[in-house]
Structure formats: C-alpha cells, structure tokens
Design a protein around this ligand. Structure first.
Ligand SMILES: [Zn+2]
Length: 897
C-alpha cells in the first residue's frame, strides 16, 4: 500500500503487534534520539563515579580513572597531556586554530605557541621543546593514541662536534600507531620549535650516519619502505633534528655499536620507523608544509617527494595500455589446503556486480548462497576471501539476488542454479562448476583501496537504469507497455526518468522502478523491441559471454546453426533452477554430442572430440583463448557452454532451452517460419578481423625477432670487448664499462615504422578486450555490451581471521609471569612453585617502608598470623638502575608463606 505522500506503508509483525516500518514521524523520532543521547551521557557519568570509587580503594596501580572524559579534540589534548603541561591551558587556543586551519597546520602552529609559552614560564629549553612536540603529535593523532606519550621517550639537547647545541628526539615503538604522516611531521614540528627557541641544527657525524645504515640492514621487523644506503645518507645528514631512540631490538650493531649520542648498541626500532615509513614515504606531505612555511634546510625532502613523479614521467612515453592486466598478488602466501576459487582474470571465476546488501559491512562482498555450497562448502558467512580486485581481503555474506554457479551435470545438462533448494538434489550429479557466479562488491571498496573501477557485466541493474532514464513521459510509458505487451495496470505509476534525485520521494520512486524492471519477465520479441525503442543493450539472459568464445570458432558455429531446427517446448528439468525467462521454443542441433562423456579427472581428453567432424580454423596464437575444452566437448557444446546457454541432451542431439535467440542474433542469423536463416553475412566481417589480427601478430613477431637479433649482436660485441679488457688486466668495473661501451656502439635503428607497431599493439589490445563481441557488434542490429568483461580471481584467506576475537575468559587483571606459566602461560602453573622470579616495577610500602612488588603491601607484622598483613599502599620508587622505571627489575614475588 502506498500512502498519499508517496511513501510506502509496510508493517512488520512483532509477536502479534504490527509496527509501521517507515519513519513518518520525524519530529518525535528526533526527540527520542536526543533523549537517548542524553541518557547515554548520564549513565556514562554514573559509571565514571562508580569506577572512581573503585579505584580509590587503592588495589590498582593508579588511584583514579585514567581515561578523561573530554568533549572535543582540544579538550582531549589538554587532558591527555596533563602531566606534561603542568597546568598550562591550551584548549581554547587550540580550538581557535582548529576552527580556522587544517589539522596539520594547526598542530604545527600550536606546537610553536605552546613551546614559546612553556619556555617563557619555566626557562627550560628541553621541557619547552618536548611539550611543544607532544602537543603537536597529540593534535595529529586525534589525542586518542598513546603515541604522543609513549612514542617519544625523551627529548635531549646534545652537542655537535663544534660544541653547538642541537635537539635529539628519542622515538620508540608506540610511535608506529601514529602513522607515517605524524611520524614525519613530528620531526618537522621539532625543527620548527627549535628554530623558534633559537637552538641550532644537528650536523650528523659520519659514524651516526653509518649506524643508521647498519641498523636498517639488521632490522628484522616489518617496514613499509626500506631506504637505500644512499637515501639514508642523504636523509640523516640533511635532517636538522637528530632522530634518535632507545635500543629496542635484539640485534646488535657490530660496526658502529658504541658511539657518542647513541644509547646502547642494539637496533633502535623507532629510528627506523620514523626514517623509513615517515620521512621517506610521506615526503610529499612534508614538502607541502616546508614550502608553505618556508622552512629552510628541508630541500632534501623534495628529492624524495619527486622520486615517484620522475619515474612516472619516464613511463609516460610508453604506450597507453587499454587492457586490464591480471593481478596475482592475492595468490601470494597461499596456504596448503585452502582452495583457489579463480585464477587471475580466468574465465569461470567470479563475475563482478556492484552493490551491497544490508548485511554487507566494510571490506565485505556477497555471493549467491548456492555458490557458497557449490564451492565445496568452504565459504560460509563471514569467510575471508582474498580477491584479485580491488585487492586485500573481503568477508563474505550471502545474497540470493545474485546469480549462482553454472553447472555441467554428469548427464550433460548445463545451466545456472540460483535457487538454493535445488542444490541438494543436484549436488551428487555435478560434473563441472562451469562458472562461479556473481560476486557483489561495493563501489567504496575500490575507492578505499585507491583502485580504478573495473567494468561490471551488462546485467539487469544496468539495463533497468538505462530504461528508467528514458521513461520521461506518457508516450515513453506507452511505448514501454506495448513493447512488453502488458496492461497499463501491471506497471508502476509515475515517470521515473523525468524526476531528479533531489528528494526522498523521487529516489523511492526510482528504486521501486528498478526493482520492478529487474524482475519483470519478458520474451525475446519484447526484448528486441525494448532494445530498439530505448537504445539499451541486450539484457540477460540473452546477453552472452561472447568474450569467452574464440573468434576462430565463429564461422563454423554459424554454419552449424544454419542446420539446426526449432522444436516445441516439452518438459525440462531445468525449469526451476533459476528465474530467467524461458524460451517459447527450443533449438535442436542434431548429433552435436554424439559420443560425449563427462570430464574425467586425471585423464587426457579424447583424441577425437564428440559430435560431428567440423572443420575449425587454426588458432591465431598458439592456442584458443579457452584452452583445449573443444577436445572434451566438441565444437558445438563447447561454444554454447562458453556463451552460457542452458541446454540438455536428447540422445545424440543437444537441445538449447533458453537465451539461444541472442546467439542467433549475434551471429547475423534470425528465425523465419521456424527456420534459421541468414540475416546478414558474417563471413566478410570475420575474414576482415582475422586478417587484421594475423597481420598484427606477424608484425609484432618480426619486431621481436629483430630485437632478439640485435641483442645477440650486442652480446657478441660486449663479450669481445670484455675479454679484451680482462686481458689488459683491468678490474671488474672497468671490464663491465668497456663491454657496455662497445655494446652501445651497435645502434638500435628501431622498427621500420613505429606507428605501425603501435597500431598493431592497439589492435591486439582491442581484440583482448572485445574478442568475438567485435564481430557480434557488426552482425547484429542491436547494441551489445559484455556480459562478463572481467573475472575476479579469488582464493580463501584465513576464515579464523573473520571471527570475533575474545580472550577466554574475560581479562580482569594482568600479572607478569614471564615464561613460567608453561606453554599455555597458565597463572596456576606459574604460582604453583610458590615464588616467582619476574621483572616488575620496584615499589615500596608507604606504611611500613618495606619493598613489595604488589600494590598493597604483603608483609606481615606477625609472620605466623595471616590476618596481620600490613596491606599498606605501595608507590613506585626510583631505583639505582636508570632504566628500571620503564623496564622494571628482576624481583622475587612471594606468593605463599
Ligand atoms: Zn607495608
């Protein structure tokens, strides 16, 4: 039922109560939403009070709730850095900066201001620089990460060789969370702040540069980018601030271990992160700021920022490639036992459709539930697939709107199954999963991964939106009705093509039309009328996989079809496999599958293909684009299967039960008085195409031979020159040089006509993209688009990765037990020995003054009386070992007495 305001009025039943599904009462709902928000705020406040009370009991390390409640970024920043700011108010100023400037600029400006104010207040240079840097970093990371606190362990003023002071910042592991941009900007912020306060620049010493080179070589962790030694030299010697850090890794530097200004001999992970992932990778972003702020001494960053650009310029001169290349990245790190569902771009893999279901989350896609069963039940809801495009992994949810797999059964039946209920009865008869069916991915997945969109097939979604655009007035609607041969009452109201997308009513109207058009059944005659009247391409089920059919077969297939006969429809067991429109007549090709048998695994195909002996053109390249399937199935069955035409066998005959009309039309044939006759002669088009492709292939072969010969010639000269140089007693470098010099004297004259080579390559690209569809477009009067232009390769990723990860049981406390809990790290095993030797922070009781590793003192006033525990609150104490505050000390923890 539709309300008079055009909104649908649906009810849902909830335990005997009917609820209106559509939101009509916006005012009431908004006020409910506000009330809900307020309720959340109030409850949160109460939770905080409870937590505060619990912490006050002193059983935890900290006696108050550490997570401050903050209203916005400025407030959060101030609260996060409370410890460092020492009462300095920054929230209001920061709010102003954020309102007028972008985040990165605001962070740099704010750092300057805070550092200046801190310096004026305390006169402490180091403290001023440190606070400025931390504030800047907090603003960059939304003040929700620990990076501004834990990512920077220390800021120091050290001395250059000439005695001048410079700033050294110690970065450590947690800086990773801040991301490359913030890491790099941290260095820039420090530089800006130290200029503001008049501290000199850092001049790297030889051994400090070499130390970083050595560390990059030794580092075993994951880095997005590893700079070359030359790049390291450039960055470290030009950077006006010393990127320093604590030793974090287990690898030790042998060459430049103990040097001044660097703490310890082991690899400093933080330094490598900031230089590799920050300064190197985010150079373009930093360059923006250095140029805008006119910071001197950052020219080196421009070289890195322009690095990618210059390499791109070089490739500009090469040909603009039209084809989509296979991408096999998803096949890497494949794990044994986890199946591959489609190789890169290979026919039979998933066909892309754009869209999402209600259940599709982020980084997720959908498959037909039949596909999920048909692919060996490997894919269940939430299973991660590694997909070729847009890349990365996606979690799978089912959608029964999608096309399921196309099956070839043991008895020769061939067709697509979309209806889940049919699968169990077919499962045991399946011979080949011919095609995986559709995979549905959102447009946003491509956007998020920064990948170009790839074309989807011309499906009913695309077709419906084209029809809608044309339905602008009454005359268009009446044309539409007459093409479909239906009554006016059967279609929806309104002219969806005449309204814009501006308001919700229009969108609802279009949405309903799309749904209607996607599911409306019609026959081939109506389809042709619609295509002609509205200029759409041929929609499924008549849209066939022309690209999969080798162009070399078209002539023979055309001739065979002229011999076929039209028969009446009788009983078909495929009638309810899917919801496609079925044909009013069937097409019979006599004797086409004589001697056919199902594909047998591990066996070679029969020497003589089944069916009649047909003369087929030799492959243009070394083999047909579909491989050797003709050996198994014969030309006729192979062709209709490649095109995706449903059929079954009747003795030696093959009976095409639907969508075969599209094949006839595409090959320039038509039905007249139930006879297949020629409408347009396919042969001239075919001969022309084949000739041009052959010429192009020959031309490229000649060019390849020419460059091979040139290379042989060059290597002869090179070897001669190198031998001569060696006999003169020259070194390896000089020998190579002599060889290259001699080889370059053999001049590459280039191909006779480079334009011809280029044209030939373009022609072959076009052939790869369009294949047999080129011929179809010439022979048919209708518009044709690809049904499956691109297949998406996929393999199973780690299903366990998709699971909700919970620790069993819920963690309420952490206690260090080192390796004493056995392989499963069990507390009970660790505590079984009575005493525990682990590294923990050093604490001292405030009541009795004795050291205790616990937060409440464990000493007893009377050793025999368990109830006489001191139970005083302990506080951390400064140990003699300077690192103990961060890393703790090895202590004995008494668990029993
Ligand atoms: Zn005590």
């Amino acid at each position: 039922m539709i309300l008079n305001n055009g909104l649908p009025k649906f009810f849902v039943r909830r335990a005997g109560v009917f609820i209106l599904l559509y939101a009509c009462d916006e005012k009431r709902l908004s006020s409910e939403m506000d009330a809900y928000q307020e309720m959340l705020d109030n409850h949160c406040e109460i939770e905080y009070q409870i937590a505060e009370k619990a912490r006050k009991m002193g059983k935890d390390i900290v006696e108050h709730v550490e997570i401050p409640r903050a209203s916005d970024l400025a407030d959060r920043t101030e609260k996060l850095l409370e410890e460092y700011l020492e009462g300095l108010q920054i929230a209001d100023e920061l709010r102003e900066f954020l309102a007028t400037k972008d985040r990165e600029t605001a962070s740099i400006e704010m750092s300057k201001q805070v550092a200046k104010r801190m310096h004026a207040r305390t006169g402490d240079l180091v403290k001023a620089i440190e606070v400025g840097l931390r504030v800047g970093l907090a603003v960059l990371t939304e003040a929700v990460l620990v990076a501004p606190l834990e990512g920077i362990s220390n800021v120091r003023l050290l001395n250059n060789e000439n005695g001048a002071q410079f700033v050294s910042v110690d970065f450590c592991g947690p800086i990773r969370a801040a991301g490359g941009t913030a890491q790099a900007l941290a260095v820039l912020i420090t530089d800006v702040v130290r200029r503001e306060l008049g501290v000199g620049r850092y001049i790297a010493r030889h051994e400090e540069i070499e130390r970083v080179k050595e560390e990059f070589g030794l580092y075993r962790g994951n880095l997005q980018y590893k700079p070359t030694p030359e790049e390291i030299e450039k960055i470290v010697s030009a950077c006006p601030v010393m990127v320093n850090g604590e030793s974090t890794e287990s690898e030790e530097c042998a060459g430049y271990g103990n040097i001044e200004n660097v703490d310890g001999t082991r690899v400093r992970g933080g330094v490598l992160l900031v230089i590799g992932e920050g300064l190197c990778l985010k150079a373009p972003k930093i360059q923006n700021h250095t140029e805008r702020l006119q910071v001197e001494g950052w020219d080196f960053i421009s070289d890195f920022a322009n690095k990618d650009k210059s390499s791109k310029d070089e490739t500009k001169f090469t040909r603009n490639k039209l084809i989509i290349d296979p991408n096999d990245r998803f096949m890497k790190d494949i794990i044994a036992g986890r199946p591959v569902f489609g190789e890169p771009l290979a026919a039979g893999g998933f066909r892309l459709r754009y869209g999402r279901t209600r259940a599709t989350g982020l980084a997720a896609g959908s498959l037909s539930p039949v596909t999920m069963h048909a692919l060996g039940n490997f894919i269940s809801v939430g299973t991660q697939l590694k997909i070729e495009r847009p890349g990365k992994a996606c979690a799978i949810t089912p959608s029964d709107c999608l096309q399921g797999p196309t099956l070839l059964l043991e008895n020769g039946d061939f067709g697509r199954v979309d209806v889940l209920d049919k699968w169990p009865e077919l499962e045991s008869q399946v011979n080949v999963i011919w095609d995986n069916g559709e995979i549905m991915l959102g447009y946003g997945e491509f956007l998020e991964n920064n990948k170009n969109l790839i074309p989807s097939g011309y499906n009913r979604d695309w077709w419906a939106s084209e029809i809608i655009e044309m339905l602008t007035d009454e005359s268009a609607i009446s044309k539409f009705i007459s093409a479909l041969d239906i009554d006016k009452e059967e279609i929806l109201e309104g002219y969806p093509g005449s309204v814009s997308d501006e308001n919700i009513d229009n969108i609802q109207l279009k949405r309903k039309w799309i749904q209607f058009l996607k599911t409306i059944p019609f026959d081939w005659d109506s389809c042709m009328k619609l295509c002609r009247e509205f200029g759409t391409a041929v929609p499924p089920p008549w849209n066939l996989n022309w690209l999969d059919l080798p162009i070399e077969w078209l002539g023979s297939l055309h001739d065979v079809l002229l011999q076929s006969s039209v028969i009446d429809v009788s009983e078909s067991n495929q009638i309810d496999w899917n919801f496609d429109a079925k044909s009013n007549q069937w097409l019979k090709i006599s004797g086409a599958v004589k001697g056919w048998g199902p594909v047998l695994s591990g066996k070679d195909p029969p020497v003589n293909p089944p069916g009649p002996i047909i003369d087929v053109s030799k492959p243009l390249k070394n083999q047909y684009c579909c491989g050797d399937i003709m050996q198994w199935h014969g030309l006729i069955k192979s062709s209709v299967m490649l095109l995706g035409i449903p059929h079954h066998h009747d003795g030696d005959d093959i009976i095409l039960t639907s969508s075969w009309e599209g094949m006839l039309d595409g090959l320039g044939l038509e039905l007249k008085n139930n006879q297949v006759v020629t409408r347009i002669d396919i042969n001239p088009h075919l001969e022309d195409s084949v000739k041009r492709i052959t010429n192009a292939l020959n031309l490229l072969q000649a060019e390849e031979d020419r460059s091979k010969e040139l290379e042989i010639e060059r290597s002869k000269v090179r070897i001669a020159a190198e031998t001569a140089a060696r006999q003169r007693g020259e070194g390896i470098a000089a020998t190579d040089k002599a060889g290259e010099a001699a080889a370059s004297l053999v001049i590459d004259k280039g191909p006779e006509d480079p334009n011809k080579i280029n044209a030939a390559m373009n022609l072959l690209d076009e052939h790869t993209i369009d294949g047999s569809l080129q011929i179809v477009r010439k022979c048919s009067e209708l518009r044709w688009e690809h049904n499956a232009p691109v297949r998406i390769g996929a393999r199973m990723a780690r299903p366990e990765k998709a699971a909700h990860r919970l620790m069993k049981t819920s963690v309420n406390a952490l206690f260090p037990i080192s390796t004493q809990g056995g392989p499963q790290k069990l507390l009970t095993i660790a505590s079984g020995s009575g005493n525990l030797r682990v590294t923990v922070g050093v604490r001292e009781c405030t009541k009795c003054g004795k050291p205790s590793p616990f937060t409440r003192c464990h000493h007893r006033f009377d050793a025999e009386d368990p109830s006489s525990n001191c139970n005083g609150r302990t506080t951390p104490i400064k140990s003699n070992n300077s690192k103990a505050r961060r890393l703790g000390e090895l202590q004995t923890i008494p668990l029993r007495k």
